[in-house]
Design a protein. Structure first.
Length: 167
């Protein structure tokens, strides 16, 4: 009898405004103008029916597992190649990127992640984002059926990773 470890639900992991804004404002001061914020991805824009970052970069889903014969299953945007998250309406004004996934055993480690690129590739190469003038990273995310998750940001040679607990 095969056992399955499932983390699926209505929307197992709905990322709302992933890395929504990198804010250059002092947290103790009231919000400044939008000129002081870099909106990285709010999932309001699409290209060829796919979600893109605020400045036109690709958004895609990746899957990984220790046991390649039994990888995680996921569902996002129908018939997308490469796989992409689906659109989910959050409010009348806001759309989120959403996907469902199921982690299967036996696997020592496995996961599904969403990768967001700030800019479109140029001549087949990634285009870096200069975020050196920003002090804070703010993100909004929602989930159903998930108790924890990881958030990683990679920019040039700097790497940021945090562990997120959902309550």
């Amino acid at each position: 009898m095969k056992m399955m470890f499932s983390k699926s639900g209505v929307s197992s992991l709905t990322i709302l405004l992933v890395a929504a804004s990198l804010c250059a404002q002092n947290a103790s001061k009231p919000a400044e103008s939008d000129a002081s914020k870099l909106i990285y991805a709010d999932f309001q824009d699409l290209q060829s029916g796919r979600p893109i970052s605020k400045h036109g970069g690709a958004v895609r889903l990746n899957v990984y597992s220790q046991n390649s014969a039994n990888p995680p299953q996921f569902r996002g945007l129908e018939n997308a190649n490469p796989p992409a998250p689906a659109f989910a309406r959050v409010t009348a004004e806001d759309t989120a990127a959403a996907f469902d996934y199921e982690l299967r055993i036996p696997n020592e480690w496995a996961g599904v992640n969403m990768e967001v690129f700030g800019q479109p590739e140029k001549d087949g190469k990634l285009v870096p984002d200069d975020v050196s003038s920003y002090k804070f990273i703010t993100r909004r995310q929602s989930r159903v059926g998930v108790s924890s998750g990881d958030y990683s940001a990679v920019s040039g040679f700097q790497y940021l990773q945090t562990q997120t607990r959902f309550f």
